[in-house]
Design a protein around this ligand. Structure first.
Ligand code: UD1
Length: 417
């Protein structure tokens, strides 16, 4: 099954229960490396990135079982410390295993993750920070050889940019290090807090997650635990943008509204009515969408870069011109050329994109360039008149569980073939 066909023009209408957050479950799975015993993790979405993380755990010697959306990892007999090249390539965020493997095994050998579809995505902040905790790292022939014969030691770390992955790697390396680690300038994303909650349940002492200063007091060992992953805020943003673009109505079930505040604000600016009721968020689209003068992607609590492409697709059919300023990943706008195939009018210059709203889009044959860009194509296709074929949908499988089923349930004419 390698493509999606969509017959556009139907208003989405109904309810969707959100999946567990992809960007939470991956570092939490990496964290299970630290626990000698069982970690039971609920609300794990069925995604190719999650499968890639499970392959790494099995390769390291953990026992992994899955029943529906619950994954049980038993790392009692884990003895591996290498991640082979093919597994590193399968998922760039495999780098988040480095801190956990180094802490558990006092050594790690990983191939250096190359570029990805969003640009070079360097790991200098990860490596510098782990070095400060006492990890000795050398790079040879594309391999990172890491060792900390006497274990890791807490330190004061100042991040020059609040990198999500680097913050996670430091936390994972520091929870069982000797002494206290303080991360200044830490990432504040909800997924960082979810990782800290999981680790604290397992006996770690991580304070301040969600703020820019995180204090990790090292403990001797972690114990078996059980945890439920937070809902996926980017999946939430995607369904909200899709519904707004088609002029429909939706209720998201199991949402955490505070995680999507900047996205809801942008949608309200575009004329959508948003109602929040505990763990439900509803959206009613206006008759015609208004422009959003400017959206700047920023680290949390700013507008998330991952929600940029879906909202850009929505704004292609808003009245007037909207602007995006992408501050996180340089290659986000690769999807623009594909969106233009639908008749969208988008002009880019470096990190800035101007979207001139058009009255209608027309179905096209397009291909995903990256995960969230793929979601933008699905949204454009749902709006467009006529049939769209979307190729390279393996990108979508990295981050969206039950995409075609959910959209069919909302009234879309969509099939995977
Ligand atoms: C994570 C998310 C991704 C999200 C991003 C920003 C996961 C699996 N992925 O990615 O979906 O889009 O956060 O919210 O959770 N940087 C450096 N050096 C480093 C690390 C990062 O220069 O060592 C730069 C990157 O090139 C980029 C920026 O920092 O420009 C953000 O990267 P980071 O926050 O680390 O994102 P990821 O953890 O890769």
């Amino acid at each position: 099954m390698s493509k999606i066909l969509i017959n556009g023009g139907k208003k989405l209408n109904g309810a969707v229960r959100l999946q567990g957050a992809k960007n939470s479950v991956l570092p939490i799975l990496a964290a299970t490396v630290l626990i000698r015993g069982e970690s039971v993790i609920h609300n794990c979405p069925s995604l190719s990135d999650v499968e890639a993380a499970l392959k790494i755990l099995r390769h390291l010697g953990a026992e992994v079982t899955r029943q529906n959306d619950s994954i049980v990892v038993n790392s009692s007999n884990l003895s591996g410390f290498t991640i082979p090249d093919e597994l590193m390539r399968e998922m760039r965020s495999s780098i988040v295993f480095l801190g956990a493997i180094a802490a558990r095994m006092q050594k790690a050998v990983l191939s250096s993750p190359g570029g990805c579809e969003l640009g070079p995505r360097p790991i200098d902040l990860h490596l510098e920070s782990l070095s400060e905790l006492g990890l000795h790292i050398t790079e040879e022939g594309g391999k990172l050889n890491c060792s900390a014969e006497n274990g890791l030691t807490g330190s004061n770390i100042h991040l020059s940019f609040p990198s999500v992955g680097a913050t996670e790697n430091i936390i994972l390396a520091a929870v069982t290090a000797m002494g206290t680690t303080v991360i200044h300038g830490a990432a504040r994303e909800p997924e960082i807090s979810d990782l800290a909650d999981f680790l604290n349940r397992a006996g770690a002492n991580v304070q301040g997650a969600g703020s820019d200063t995180i204090v990790i007091s090292g403990v001797i060992k972690l114990h078996p635990t059980e945890h439920t992953v937070i809902p996926d805020r980017i999946e939430a943003a995607t369904y909200l943008a899709a519904t707004a673009a088609t002029g429909g109505k939706i209720t998201l079930l199991g949402a955490i509204p505070a995680h999507i505040t900047p996205v809801m604000k942008a949608l309200e600016t575009s004329g959508c009515e948003i109602r929040v009721n505990n763990r439900e968020v509803s959206l009613i689209a206006p008759v015609s969408l208004k422009r959003v003068p400017v959206i700047r992607t920023l680290p949390h609590p700013g507008f998330p870069t991952d929600a940029g492409s879906p909202l850009m697709a929505m704004l292609t059919v808003a009245e007037g011109s909207s602007m995006f300023v992408e501050n996180i990943f340089e290659n986000r706008f690769r999807i623009v050329d594909e969106l233009k195939r639908f008749g969208a009018k988008i002009y880019t210059n470096g990190r800035v994109a101007v979207i001139e709203g058009v009255k209608k889009l027309t179905g096209a044959t397009v291909e995903c360039t990256d995960l969230r860009g793929g979601a933008a194509l699905v949204i454009a296709a749902l709006v467009a008149q006529g049939e769209t074929q979307i190729d390279k949908i393996f990108h979508l499988d990295r981050g969206y569980e039950r995409l075609t089923e959910n959209l069919t349930g909302l009234g879309a004419l969509i099939e995977r073939c």
